[in-house]
Design a binder for this molecule. Structure first.
Ligand code: AN0
Ligand code: CP
Length: 320
């Protein structure tokens, strides 16, 4: 595997889940695979889980790791070609990428949606340049439109906790004070659509996700109806994806607190497990009681980030 940005890159999901369980039983099984290989993790945005779990995964495989926070200590990067660079940006991405690629064998990139221009975000302008100009395998650590390491960890968690062969999994929008990207819900939909689950998406009108991720999934605007019989509730906020009204792209259209997942919401379900990628704002997205309940899987879900990253890096190392 030379590129990891979406569910298609990982291939057969049953095989990927089997590999995840193999790694979970012995996370150092492939510790000689990454000897003398360097993994460079580039962060344009903040991170707790991705930063730690991906470093841990690389070390499980015997790799060396370099972490770069672009906005703390590196030169400010220009990303547009043709710009007269007389402002505060000292270096262009087009030099920085091949330079950074010299020092590593594999590159992970975190570069969130900027909400300046829908097309730039949805064509993955930054990530694509890393893939094109680095000459090295590149994996997404949450780019503008996807967070595949998260979705893979989510699937591993669902597989581990499901009580029926084909559980009902509900992705629900929930309120948040700031505009957040669609990367997490996009990837979650991308993966659930390929998994053996009954998948339903619920959100207020105007928050329709991009059709390339929704595909055949059921969209139910009535949150209560969506929750009925659910085995897993996956909560996430996202800003307007601009599908129906492009001019609303990146806007916060709704802060309706009746969408916050609380015990009453969970009572509509089939005693569902609660999932969230974290970081989460309590009593905006989810109530204290729901996130602290025994049915909350947010901690094992975060733990599975090490497993998903180890499988992905293993696959990449095998292709070098
Ligand atoms: C980010 C997001 O919503 O995409 C990262 C989630 C993993 N969340 C925040 O910025 C709070
Ligand atoms: N879930 C997740 O990716 O968390 P971080 O933003 O802390 O890495």
């Amino acid at each position: 595997m030379r590129v990891f940005t979406n569910v298609k890159d990982i291939g057969d999901l049953k095989q990927a889940l089997a590999e995840a369980q193999e790694i979970k039983k012995d996370r150092y099984k492939y510790e000689s695979l990454g000897k003398h290989k360097t993994c460079l993790l580039i962060f344009f945005n903040n991170s707790l889980r991705t930063r730690l779990s991906t470093q841990k995964a690389a070390r499980n495989l015997g790799m060396d790791v370099i972490v770069l926070d672009v906005n703390q200590g590196a030169w400010k990067l220009e990303t547009e070609r043709g710009v007269i660079m007389d402002g505060d940006k000292s270096e262009h991405l087009l030099e920085a990428i091949p330079v950074m690629a010299n020092y590593c064998d594999v590159i992970g990139v975190r570069s969130f949606a900027r909400f300046e221009n829908r097309e730039d975000d949805y064509t993955e302008k930054i990530l694509t340049q890393f893939i094109k100009y680095s000459g090295k395998p590149v994996f997404s650590m949450e780019a503008a439109t996807g967070h595949p390491l998260q979705a893979f960890a989510d699937l591993i968690t669902i597989e581990e906790y499901k009580k029926t062969q084909r559980p009902k999994v509900v992705l629900t929008w929930a309120p948040h004070p700031k505009a957040l990207p669609q990367a997490v819900p996009n990837s979650f939909a991308d993966w659930m659509n390929e998994a053996d689950v009954d998948f339903v998406i619920t959100h207020p009108e105007g928050y329709e996700l991009d059709p390339q991720f929704v595909r055949g999934a059921k969209v139910e605007y009535d949150q209560k109806k969506a929750f009925e019989g659910a085995d897993f509730i996956y909560a996430k906020n996202w800003a307007c994806p601009g599908v129906t009204r492009p001019e609303d792209y990146g806007k916060v259209l709704c802060k309706d607190m009746s969408w916050t997942v609380d015990t009453e919401h969970m009572s509509w379900t089939n005693n569902a497990f609660f999932l969230h990628c974290l970081p989460v704002r309590r009593n905006m997205i989810v109530s204290d009681d729901v996130i602290e309940a025994p049915t909350s899987l947010v901690i094992p879900e975060a733990a599975n980030r090490e497993i998903s990253a180890t499988v992905v890096l293993k696959r990449i190392l095998e292709s070098l």
